[in-house]
Design a binder for this molecule. Structure first.
Ligand code: CMP
Length: 144
């Protein structure tokens, strides 16, 4: 099963990419796709469209466009639910010990990593950044 994770601009600026990827690999994930990306305003607004009416929306879009991020397609059994538990609660102060956000996030907004919240969302979010043909080209006969 696939899910989408994004290492956010705060964690990239803080040079936490290697530690976060190690954490993900040790949690059993295979990286099926990964690419540094700089979201445009339109990209960020579209990706986070479900949060359009929330008071933090403008600030979230500004943060997510403030520097490069690293979207990744991750594969593992039960990837969507499992990754949510590996990253921890949105607010690092509420995230469980040992979770990625507890370890590396700065704040509720600058929270180091995003993960899809349902299988349907994962399909949409993977497709937002990666085409089927790109993923197939990377893995050849081992493609999903
Ligand atoms: P993410 O899992 O990417 O989904 C939506 C993002 O909005 C969330 O992580 C945070 O970066 C941000 N966010 C959610 N709630 C708040 C909040 N109350 N204040 C600021 N940012 C938030």
């Amino acid at each position: 099963m696939y899910t989408l994770a994004i290492i956010k601009p705060d964690a990239i600026a803080a040079q936490k990419v290697g530690k976060i990827i190690t954490h993900l690999e040790e949690a059993g994930y295979t990286i099926r796709g990964a690419r540094l990306a700089r979201l445009s305003q339109q990209d960020a607004e579209s990706f986070y469209a479900v949060h359009r009416e929330r008071p933090f929306f403008r600030s979230l879009v500004a943060f997510m466009t403030s520097g490069p991020c690293l979207p990744m397609v991750l594969e593992r059994e039960d990837a969507v639910d499992h990754l949510r538990s590996v990253i921890g609660a949105t607010d690092p102060e509420e995230a469980a010990e040992g979770t990625i956000r507890r370890l590396y996030a700065e704040s509720k907004e600058r929270n180091a990593i995003h993960a899809s919240d349902s299988p349907d969302t994962a399909d949409r979010e993977v497709a937002f950044f990666f085409s089927e043909s790109e993923l197939r080209r990377l893995w050849g006969a081992d493609a999903r």
